[in-house]
Each structure stands twice: as structure tokens, then as C-alpha cells.
Design a binder for this molecule. Structure first.
Ligand SMILES: Nc1ncnc2c1ncn2[C@@H]1O[C@H](COP(=O)(O)OP(=O)(O)O)[C@@H](O)[C@H]1O
Ligand SMILES: [Mg+2]
Length: 145
């Protein structure tokens, strides 16, 4: 599915709609340049999930937890990225069937995310969401089916 948004609010709203439709465990993988709107979308997502805290960009922090919702930003990770996220406990977090996990720059750990596989005996797949800058305020957002 491809959606064009014309400002940050529309991207937030799209995230909110998707957040309010999520049923339990999900892995959402975000791809796109700096400033493409990934965090804006995730702020909407958290709103849709009824998370009260303000979601801030975790670019300097790697991971933040809000109850069962986890927000990661791998932008700054280099080298053995798999090892780094393993040390953060990401793979245990992914195994926990109640968690919803949103990962910015997820392509860095593409091969380590669940793909039509069973984690903890439950089917799990990663939903990929890609952002492209069309111009200053227009973004093309592609959500994998
Ligand atoms: N259509 C749009 N969708 C999302 N953000 C937009 C859009 N148009 C302009 N912006 C601006 O682009 C920036 C997106 O920042 P952010 O969501 O932090 O991006 P990322 O997390 O991908 O680096 C914000 O300053 C936002 O106001
Ligand atoms: Mg961001």
C-alpha cells in the first residue's frame, strides 16, 4: 500500500490509524532518510496505541520502552549491529508475544528480524514501512502487505 502525505500531521494521523488497528504483538520496521518522517509516524502510532508519554526521537538513546511498546533507532549503530541489538535485549523483546516493537533504520538488522517464522511458537512477521521524500513536505509511505 502506498500513501502520499502532504504534511507531518497527515503522517502522524496515518501512524495513529495503524496504531489503533494493531492487535497484539507486532514488529514494524522503518526505512527512510533522516527527516523522512519515521519518528513522526511512530509518534502517531504510539498515540493510536494509547501511550500517554510523549515519544521523542531516540537517535541518541537507541531504545526506549513505553510499557509493551518499544521504540528503537539504529541510526548511530555501526559494525556488528546484530551484536549491539542483542546486547540491548532486542531478541528477547521480540520473543515476548505481547510486545509491539518499532525500529527505525531497521534495514541494518534486516536478516535478524522475524520473517514468516515462529517465535515462541507463534507466527511472526515483520511489517516494513518505507519513507521517501518527494519534496519538502510531501512523503511517499509504502506499507508492505
Ligand atoms: N509529510 C510529512 N510527513 C512527515 N514529516 C514531515 C512531512 N512534511 C514535513 N515533515 C517534517 O519532516 C521532519 C520529519 O522528521 P522525523 O519524523 O523526525 O523524521 P525521521 O525520524 O525519519 O528522521 C519533521 O521536521 C516534520 O515536520
Ligand atoms: Mg527518527
Amino acid at each position: 500500500m502506498e500513501i502520499i502525505t502532504k504534511n507531518a500531521k497527515e503522517t502522524f494521523e496515518l501512524g495513529r490509524k495503524i496504531g489503533s488497528s494493531l492487535m497484539g504483538s507486532e514488529v514494524l520496521a522503518f526505512v527512510g532518510n533522516l527527516g523522512a518522517g519515521k519518528t513522526t509516524f511512530i509518534q502517531g502510532l504510539a498515540h493510536g496505541l494509547k501511550i500517554k508519554s510523549k515519544i521523542v526521537s531516540p537517535t541518541f538513546i537507541l531504545m526506549r520502552q513505553y510499557g509493551d511498546f518499544y521504540h528503537l533507532d539504529l541510526y548511530r549503530l555501526e559494525g556488528d549491529v546484530k551484536k549491539e541489538v542483542e546486547n540491548l535485549g532486542l531478541f528477547d523483546i521480540l520473543q515476548d508475544t505481547k510486545n509491539i516493537v518499532a525500529i527505525e533504520w531497521a534495514e541494518k538488522i534486516k536478516d535478524n528480524l522475524p520473517k514468516n517464522t515462529k517465535w515462541n511458537n507463534l507466527p511472526k512477521n515483520t511489517k516494513w514501512i518505507t519513507f521517501e521524500n518527494i519534496n519538502e513536505d510531501t512523503r511517499k509511505i509504502t506499507i508492505d502487505e
